[in-house]
Design a protein around this ligand. Structure first.
Ligand SMILES: Cc1cc2nc3c(=O)[nH]c(=O)nc-3n(C[C@H](O)[C@H](O)[C@H](O)COP(=O)(O)OP(=O)(O)OC[C@H]3O[C@@H](n4cnc5c(N)ncnc54)[C@H](O)[C@@H]3O)c2cc1C
Length: 391
């Protein structure tokens, strides 16, 4: 007889580990299987998060998992202009993702979860009453399989290739995150510099139809630096997947598309999605009623659907912009009033924060630049929000 669990989780990164931790706390028997030999390795993520979001979820990092605290976000235009947003109130930090994932794995284990490394999940077979799978060569059975395999299962259309280097360079500003949108060099995305220590930065680039390594090399060509490590990893910007549940398989984290379409940041949203899924799987296990899993999508939508829709709209508008449009957009956004509002906004719900800061007038100005149905939809939603506030 194969060993039997309430849930077997494929993938021991942040979503799989958060699911296991929450489900074990709710009394479920869970097994997490990670294909790599060490939790958190190889590290691909830059680890930029807001402590505010993690605090709400009960996932604050230990001191040793925090590499840096960010004071400023510096946004550069293709022509070399820039504006700075004071990020102190946004509580943005740079995590050592490897250390952070190990911390979450430790909590999951202390709550009773089994965490196996060097164990790939294969040969998944969904039956009517259970799922069977091979985990590192051994057959196991479970009431539910949780797919936390990341981009491997995410909708293909939302994947962008990305390149990331860890570098040492004198020009890195220790607490300043820098973003470089450029429609020609990084179509539909941008290059970024995330400092994680004195003269140390995680530098990356992504774009539609580009070779990200060539784009990143060109970006760094006039900036003296030493490369410490190179990482090739896809990012996901396609928005939530159409289905979070298929039979007895439950998708969490990046495999469910629980990632911000604007920045590809997925740490906070993946933990949130995993926690919601764990509660609904616990209900389904206790009652023997798989239909209760339907509540998972409702929980997600209640918290994120509005923000994700706004992010997807902003992304579509951004991908249509030329460098000239981006320059003009700078004139709209880089005003003291809007920049101050952004500094008081929300790192995790940044689309709502940006739209609130722009207001109806700012969006009218954007509409003059890119007269798309997306901008018109954003404008009418903003007008509706303003009229609701004034009732
Ligand atoms: C270059 C880069 C920079 C990023 N920077 C940030 C950032 O600054 N801030 C932020 O919030 N987000 C960032 N992200 C996104 C963030 O890393 C992901 O959204 C998040 O890690 C998703 O977590 P996950 O657990 O869903 O998937 P993943 O982290 O992708 O993990 C999936 C896991 O499943 C394992 N796996 C796959 N298949 C199997 C199998 N069959 N059996 C067993 N194990 C398997 C993999 O080995 C992996 O460990 C970045 C991503 C990239 C690529």
């Amino acid at each position: 007889m194969p060993r039997r669990y309430d849930a077997v989780i494929a993938g021991g990164s942040i979503a799989g580990l958060a699911f296991a931790s929450e489900a074990a706390e709710l009394g479920l028997s869970v097994l997490v299987a990670e294909q790599h030999e060490e939790i958190g390795e190889p590290e691909k993520c830059d680890g930029l998060v807001s402590l505010r979001g993690l605090r709400t979820l009960g996932y604050l990092p230990r001191t040793e998992a925090v590499q840096n605290r960010v004071s400023t976000g510096l946004i550069h235009s293709p022509d070399g202009r820039s504006f700075a947003v004071n990020a102190t109130a946004l509580e943005v930090v740079v995590l050592d993702r490897s250390a952070y994932d190990k911390q979450v794995a430790e909590t999951a284990r202390s709550r009773g979860a089994e965490v196996l490394t060097g164990s790939r999940v294969t040969e998944v077979v969904q039956g009517r009453d259970e799922v069977t799978a091979t985990v590192g060569g051994e057959k196991v059975a479970a009431a539910y399989l949780v797919d936390a395999t990341g981009p491997a299962s995410a909708p293909r259309s939302g994947i962008l290739p990305a390149a990331k280097y860890e570098i040492e360079a004198d020009w890195v500003r220790e607490r300043v995150v820098e973003v470089f949108p450029d429609a020609q060099k990084f179509p539909g995305f941008f290059a970024w510099v995330i400092p994680f220590g004195r003269h140390l930065a995680k530098v990356g680039a992504a774009g539609m139809g580009t070779n990200p390594f060539k784009a990143l090399d060109a970006f760094l060509s006039d900036k003296p630096h030493t490369v410490i490590r190179k990482v090739s990893a896809p990012i996901y910007v396609g928005g939530p997947a159409p289905h979070f549940v298929a039979g007895r398989t439950v998708f969490v984290g990046e495999s469910a598309g629980q990632v911000k379409p604007t920045t590809a940041g997925g740490i906070m949203t993946s933990i949130a999605g995993a926690a919601m899924a764990a509660r609904r799987v616990a209900d389904a296990v206790r009652s023997g009623e798989p239909r209760l899993l339907g509540g998972y999508r409702r929980d997600w939508d209640a918290k994120f659907v509005r923000e994700m829709k706004a992010m997807l709209r902003l992304r579509r508008v951004f991908t249509k912009m030329s460098n000239r449009d981006i320059e003009t957009l700078f004139n709209v956004v880089a005003t003291p009033k809007i920049v101050m509002k952004l500094a008081r906004g929300d790192f995790d719900f940044h689309a709502s924060a940006l739209l609130g800061a722009l207001g109806v007038q700012g969006l009218l100005n954007v509409a003059k630049l890119v007269a798309t149905s997306e901008v018109r939809a954003l404008l009418s939603e903003r007008r509706a929000a303003v009229s609701q506030q004034s009732i």
